[in-house]
Ligand binder design. Structure first.
Ligand code: HEC
Ligand code: HEC
Length: 251
């Protein structure tokens, strides 16, 4: 009996020693989890981690200490060294909170789906920084000029078109241009609209945007020309007609 107890102790000691030592993947046990319950099977944790990586379009070293291409046994998954891992832990708490609140929605309405669960991918959609495309365009044009925003747009489009990471519809560049116009960055705004015109030639809505930005700039004649162009592109464009009347010009 005494021998048996000693054996069990030795076994427990070995197991915990192995858990600390790097060199096993999946690890034998969890070391430094603060949100995931400690009793969660390790293999399930690895599944959660794959979902994180997929949801954010990144790989393990984005959050963990280790290099791309290195065997997973050599990673130090328990270490809290990278800012991104700390952010991710806060995000996990945030997602738990969101899902708790979703559970409190009054049911019985057509708009409330049962069993909807918010995950990392709900917001991230395959990118680590889940900002709308128009925001990235404004930031790039403000930090540099329209050229840098346009380079970024083309790079993102080449990489993400057909994925739901970014909205490459006409609206994104229109919105970015409008906000840049409000910040009095007119050249940058028009440059983004020129790119948009290449991508969506003949859009009536875009002519209205151009007209509105001409108005912000104080060029009423150029604005009127844009609103007339919008009507030429689509005679039913009531917004363009309203704008023309608003600035005292007949459609
Ligand atoms: C977006 C950031 C992020 C990515 C990407 C990520 N992880 Fe994690 N990982 C975390 C966080 C945060 C924790 C700690 C969770 C907690 O505190 O409950 C963690 C914990 C772990 C643990 C448990 C470590 C311990 O303390 O015992 C393992 C193992 C792990 N990750 C493996 C992986 C693997 C393998 C990948 C790639 C497929 C990966 N992770 C990708 C954020 C990430
Ligand atoms: C409700 C929307 C939402 C959900 C759900 C969400 N995130 Fe985020 N996440 C954001 C936003 C917004 C940012 C940008 C925050 C900032 O930089 O100010 C962000 C940033 C991050 C970053 C930092 C990226 C960087 O490059 O700095 C990490 C890592 C991250 N999230 C991980 C996760 C993980 C893991 C999950 C799932 C457990 C998750 N997020 C779920 C909205 C979300």
């Amino acid at each position: 009996m005494r021998l048996f107890v000693v054996c069990v102790c030795a076994l427990v000691f070995c197991r915990s020693a192995a858990a600390q030592a790097p060199g096993r993947f999946p690890p034998d046990s969890l070391v430094n989890v603060k949100v995931i319950p400690r009793t969660t099977p390790v293999i399930q944790v690895v599944g959660i981690m794959r979902n994180f990586a997929f949801g954010l379009g990144v790989r393990c070293p984005f959050c963990h200490v280790g290099e791309e291409g290195m065997p997973l046994e050599q990673f130090d998954f328990a270490k809290d060294e990278k800012r991104t891992k700390l952010v991710a832990r806060q995000m996990m708490r945030m997602v738990e909170e969101i899902n708790r609140r979703l559970d409190t929605l009054p049911h019985g309405s057509d708009h409330v789906h049962q069993n909807v669960e918010v995950t990392c991918a709900t917001c991230h959609r395959g990118v680590s920084l889940p900002l709308p495309l128009f925001q990235l365009m404004i930031d790039a044009a403000t930090a540099g000029r329209a050229d840098s925003a346009i380079r970024l747009y083309r790079a993102l489009r080449a990489r993400y078109y057909g994925h739901d990471a970014y909205d490459f519809g006409e609206g994104s560049l229109n919105t970015a241009a409008f906000r840049l116009g409000r910040a009095k960055r007119f050249d940058d705004a028009f440059a983004l609209l020129r790119l948009n015109e290449d991508l969506f030639p003949g859009s009536t809505g875009m002519s209205v945007f151009r007209g509105n930005i001409q108005l912000m700039k104080g060029d009423t004649a150029a604005a009127a020309a844009e609103f007339r162009e919008a009507i030429r592109r689509d005679s039913t464009n009531v917004e363009a007609r309203g704008r023309l009347r608003g600035i005292g010009r007949a459609p």
